[in-house]
Design a protein around this ligand. Structure first.
Ligand code: SF4
Length: 551
């Protein structure tokens, strides 16, 4: 019998530990708060983990692992699931032979995101089962449960968390026996794995049948828990809202849903009938409320204002009291800024001075929109700076169009900037375009993770490196320059020239993020000391000396 060990862990760490214990074959994902620590911890514990260029590729790799009967854990923040959605919707049809668990870490309140989307909607839209832990112990237990569900029904399972569950620490009893070992094997099954329309039609029916079976199972599954109360108030809840409900209304009966898709409707119906009033308490969208009302279960939801931001105990008390009066204004925080000494402050100073219209992207550089720079005009999602900049160039009068510049970071460029360059080369605006790739040698915003253009793995070990300037040249951009953004006068002169040229141009402004520079030097030194040539590895061919990161 496995000895139980108690540890204080965050939800992210608990998932990593469970993945290790359960025998996950490969963890893959793209860094994004609040999910980043899952793979970092998993790797630190000895699991096999890697960063993918983006979430879609991560899910593709995870699907491949699960097609070979392996167990895959694919991690991302909520907006990452938008990127991976194309794969998700069809892998739900094709199913898997092993286990495929996709972690979606949602960020209600947008502590570090561009929107507060509620990814419970994805489970319904894609038709995949979803489990939602409320604390670290459940994050640990539900990781096992999600892997087991995925293997039992041969479907991808969404493990959905929110910020507080990801980052809050609580005690985890680590004592689960590993899942039975699996021997990787690929079995040809063309009708189930190749989603041409003739195969996809029955696959959709198979998926719905699996969901019906899971719904029946969920009615008595131990992941849903019922706590008795005084009979007057009953609360149906899930995720971190469980904790707020327990504290705000200890006398209430509680139905804590661990499986939130498909919903155990009979269980909920019985619970609602057992109390005088049944309230749905949920963070984010009225997902449960709408589903229960549609099923004819009489519940009260929350006033509309509580759809925004995270819940806490005070807000929960107000929801339970149906208090829709204006909430107290939160204390004003200090606005974030580019770090003092950030090598890219000069870039935004110059863009402002030249009165450029700046199409921005995700990452530290979004902060160029704020004072003192105010040098970014729009930004939506990863990689969009290039396409949006091109759209402006196609539309504005020539004089104005020549002022449009797209700005993107190196990690973001690897994530989803390459297709923007393809568009730029394929449909060039009459005035050309200028793309600035700010290569700080890391994924700075999420805590200095590696990416395919750093030449190091998740564990900071040397690997093949994508040379950004070589790639854009090969894609057909006629003018490609690499500059040091700290040399302000040189950078400004080059930018002026490229804007005036009316041709397509990419300027790679390369200088290490000052927060990461020391670590990067240490990795490079360690690699040199070990002098591990990649001899024979095809990745060698992509390694370049022209792309060295300065710092
Ligand atoms: S983290 Fe690095 S790249 Fe980001 S603002 Fe700070 S110094 Fe600049």
């Amino acid at each position: 019998m496995t000895k139980v060990k108690r540890q204080l862990l965050s939800g992210d760490e608990a998932i990593a530990l469970a993945a290790l214990r359960a025998g996950v074959t490969l963890g893959t994902g793209y860094p994004g708060t609040p999910s980043t620590e899952i793979l970092e911890t998993y790797a630190r514990l000895g699991g096999r983990a890697q960063w993918a260029p983006n979430e879609k590729v991560a899910l593709e790799v995870g699907a491949g692992v699960a097609f070979a009967r392996g167990r895959a854990l694919v991690t991302m923040k909520h907006v990452g699931l938008n990127v991976a959605a194309d794969v998700l919707f069809t892998v739900a049809y094709s199913g898997v032979s092993g286990a495929l668990v996709i972690v979606s870490a949602d960020d209600p309140g947008m502590s570090s995101s561009q929107n507060e989307q509620d990814n419970r909607r994805y489970a319904v839209a894609a038709g995949v089962p979803m489990v939602e832990p409320a604390d670290s112990q459940e994050a640990y237990d539900f990781t096992f449960a999600a892997l087991e569900m995925s293997e039992r029904w041969g479907v991808p399972v969404l493990l959905r968390l929110t910020t507080r569950v990801c980052h809050a620490k609580s005690i985890v009893a680590d004592g689960r026996a590993p899942l039975p070992a699996v021997a990787p094997r690929f079995e040809r099954n063309i009708p189930e794995r190749v989603m041409i329309p003739a195969h996809a039609r029955p696959a959709h029916r198979r998926l719905r049948q699996k969901l019906a079976e899971i719904a029946t199972w969920a009615e008595t599954a131990p992941l849903n828990r019922r706590t008795a109360g005084d009979g007057r108030l009953g609360i149906v809840t899930s995720g971190v809202a469980v904790m707020h409900a327990r504290e705000a209304a200890p006398q209430a009966a509680l139905l804590q849903l661990g499986v939130t898709h498909p919903l155990p409707l009979q269980l909920i119906r019985d619970f609602a009938a057992s109390v005088q009033e049944c309230v749905v308490l949920e963070e984010g969208d009225p997902y449960l409320e709408e589903a229960l009302r549609a099923a004819g279960i009489a519940v009260r939801g929350k006033p509309a204002g509580y759809r925004f931001g995270e819940l806490n105990v005070a807000r929960t008390r107000r929801i339970l009291a149906a208090d829709a009066s204006p909430e107290p204004a939160p204390a004003r925080g200090k606005p974030p800024q580019l770090c003092p000494g950030c090598p890219y402050r000069t870039v935004f100073t110059v863009l402002r001075r030249l009165e450029c219209i700046v199409s921005g992207d995700i990452g530290c550089y979004t902060l160029g929109a704020l004072p003192p720079f105010e040098a970014m005009d729009f930004q939506t999602c990863m990689g969009a700076s290039i396409g949006m900049g091109l759209g402006l160039r196609h539309t504005l009068p020539a004089d104005e169009a020549r002022r449009v510049v797209s700005v993107i970071g190196d990690s973001t460029f690897m994530h989803s900037g390459l297709t923007g360059v393809a568009e730029m080369v394929y449909n060039p605006p009459a005035t050309g375009h200028v793309l600035l790739i700010l290569d700080n040698g890391t994924t700075a915003m999420t805590g200095q993770q590696e990416h395919p253009a750093t030449g190091r793995t998740l564990n900071h070990e040397p690997t093949g490196r994508v040379a950004i300037e070589a790639v854009v040249r090969a894609m057909g951009v006629p003018q490609v320059d690499v500059v040091d953004p700290m040399k302000e006068a040189e950078f400004e002169a080059l930018l002026r020239e490229r804007l005036a040229s009316g041709r397509l141009a990419v300027i790679v402004a390369r200088r290490s993020c000052i927060l990461a520079a020391g670590a990067i030097r240490a990795y490079e030194k360690a690699a040199a000391a070990r002098s591990q040539p990649l001899g024979g590895c095809p990745a060698d061919a992509a390694t370049t000396t022209t792309g060295e990161t300065e710092g």
